[in-house]
Design a protein around this ligand. Structure first.
Ligand SMILES: CC(C)(COP(=O)(O)OP(=O)(O)OC[C@H]1O[C@@H](n2cnc3c(N)ncnc32)[C@H](O)[C@@H]1OP(=O)(O)O)[C@@H](O)C(=O)NCCC(=O)NCCS
Length: 181
């Protein structure tokens, strides 16, 4: 549906649930992703969650696929908590296949999502939260135009320590309304 040089963002299909369940049960991924502590999650629960979210207009989920690998699923991303008054929305992303980390796939997926939020959903700001020790994610978001807006100190218990929760945001700029060449 949204195609870049490296990745395509397309709808999540039932055939994806097995891989998405693997991501959901990967402790390192879950710790990096934040949110609830890692919890054993059967494939049926993952399927039920995505089926439920598909009916919820406030959750827009995409599968991330690698163009070079014939559309192999490498992660998922999405937009949640649309605030129609302030026109803000929250972004989340997981690339679950480690060989695709640190190669620019994340920033391109984020850029595609941000473009979707601005041009197709008329949002004016995309925001997210990230653990302060997740340097790779923070650098990827920074490369996609996000800036730190604040941090909640020692806000998260993660893997035996309290870590800061960094709040980042990306405001819409006039050039965001131009279609990519
Ligand atoms: C976070 C994530 C989406 C980023 O996508 P990505 O494709 O890996 O990141 P990018 O290639 O766009 O950017 C990575 C940046 O981190 C740097 N980096 C790479 N490996 C790193 C490492 N081990 N430690 C710190 N920085 C690292 C890269 O140099 C690059 O920064 P630069 O552009 O300033 O040089 C992806 O790594 C991921 O899904 N990780 C697991 C789950 C997760 O952390 N989700 C985010 C929760 S908020």
């Amino acid at each position: 549906m949204l195609t870049g040089e490296l990745v395509t963002l397309r709808p999540i299909e039932p055939d994806d649930y097995l891989a998405l369940a693997d991501f959901a049960n990967d402790v390192e991924l879950e710790l990096l992703g934040g949110g609830d502590p890692p919890t054993p999650t059967p494939q049926a629960s993952v399927a039920a969650m995505y089926e439920q979210q598909r009916e919820n207009p406030d959750s827009i989920n995409f599968a991330i696929t690698a163009n070079e690998a014939a559309g192999k699923l490498i992660g998922q991303c999405g937009l949640w908590r649309h605030d129609q008054l302030g026109r803000t929305v929250e972004l989340g992303i997981t690339i679950g296949v480690r060989e695709y980390w640190g190669r620019g796939y994340g920033r391109e997926a984020v850029a595609l999502l941000v473009g979707y939020a601005f041009r197709l959903r008329n949002m004016r700001k995309v925001h997210l939260s990230v653990h302060a020790n997740n340097t790779r994610a923070i650098r990827s978001y920074t490369a996609a135009g996000f800036v730190e807006e604040g941090r909640l100190r020692e806000h998260v218990w993660s893997d035996g320590a309290y870590v800061d929760l960094v709040l980042m945001g990306r405001l819409r700029r006039p050039e965001d309304d131009l279609l990519p060449a």
